[in-house]
Design a protein around this ligand. Structure first.
Ligand code: APR
Length: 311
């Protein structure tokens, strides 16, 4: 029997993710959106690509949640996206309400599922979804670190003219401008990048990574990134559905790890069939720990605004 993956939000990120997950061929997909006929139209269009691609799994669209019943994995992308001049934090209260409503309906239909948060601002939305779900923390996590890391790897590979496959990197912290690219653990075929690039060049690539989402928003003008986000979500979907036990940076509710308590922040985890199966604690230098603390404080600020608004 195939796994069942539901994706809430049939916009740019949701629909592109649906296409990628459908094309994996081993999961049936349900796409949900509030807009009448939109998820139905997009999913039918994707389904009609099945004969050409040789895919027998199903993909259906819906404006309700009954069709999502007993999903193994639910991906929440519903919400509004950034436009030029907006930070991820400007989305906070609108997306808080949307993700809270969505989560309650998801949980009603799939009480045993794993939920992946994608809506921004990611860390605060992940925590909102975690708290609204009542699920244990291993079954609710957010996608941001894989994307931030992929951006960092792209820029390093371009700079050194090497294969992206040989670049390993970690980006920790919140999915905001304070994110923490861990330069010390960033290597090209095992060689530390500090041996390959000057500090000035590294700093430039780190800054571009931190502002990577904004760079795309400025170019697109109508919305935010979705191809690389959807690819990142799909890597995490595969880790769960195939029980790969990948070590990936994910946003997860911390209970004392890295000295952070009661907050969702991006850290390396082991991702498998049970969701977050382990939280990997890397030894950080004092500077790195301080940067992570700063990034966590920015997430805490958003949590305080949400709580102050009654969220
Ligand atoms: N239930 C279901 N779908 C909803 C709801 C809701 N309550 N509210 C909004 N949506 C849908 C919209 O109708 C729209 O189709 O969410 C979709 C969002 O799609 P886009 O506007 O294209 O935004 P997208 O680029 O997909 O980004 C979605 O992911 O990366 C983050 O910052 C991004 O928070 C944003 C989210």
């Amino acid at each position: 029997m195939r796994s069942k993956v539901s994706i809430v939000g049939a916009g740019n990120v949701g629909a592109t993710t649906a296409q990628r997950v459908y094309e994996l061929g081993y999961a049936d997909v349900v796409l949900v959106d509030v807009v009448d006929d939109l998820p139905q139209g997009k999913s039918l269009d994707m389904l009609e690509s099945g004969p050409v691609l040789g895919i027998d799994s199903s993909i259906t669209g819906s404006n309700g949640y009954e069709e999502t019943a007993n999903s193994d994995l639910v991906i929440i992308t519903a919400g509004i996206a950034r436009r030029p001049g907006m930070s991820r934090d400007d989305l906070l209260l609108t997306n808080m309400k949307i993700t809270g409503d969505v989560t309650r309906q998801v949980v009603e239909q799939s009480p045993n599922c794993i939920i992946m948060a994608v809506t921004n601002p990611l860390d605060a939305m992940c925590q909102n979804i975690y708290e609204s779900s009542g699920f244990p923390r291993n079954r609710v996590f957010g996608m941001a670190g894989v994307l931030d890391t992929s951006r960092f790897r792209t820029f390093i590979a371009q700079e050194l003219d090497v294969s992206v496959e040989d670049v390993q990197a970690y980006v920790l912290g919140g999915h905001g401008d304070d994110m923490v690219p861990l330069v010390r653990y960033t290597t090209v075929a095992g060689i530390p990048i500090s041996d390959l690039l000057s500090q000035e060049d590294i700093d430039r690539l780190v800054l571009r990574t931190r502002q990577g989402g904004g760079e795309i928003v400025a170019l697109l003008k109508q919305g935010s990134a979705f191809y690389a986000p959807a690819a990142s979500v799909t890597q995490m979907v595969e880790a769960v559905l195939l029980d790969k036990k990948r070590i990936l940076p994910c946003c997860v509710y911390l209970e004392g790890e890295y000295g952070i308590n009661g907050l969702c922040v991006g850290v390396p985890v082991k991702l498998g069939a049970n969701g977050v199966e382990d939280i990997i604690e890397i030894k950080l230098t004092e500077d790195e720990r301080a940067s992570l603390g700063k990034s966590a404080a920015a997430v805490q600020e958003l949590m305080d605004v949400m709580r102050g608004s009654g969220g």
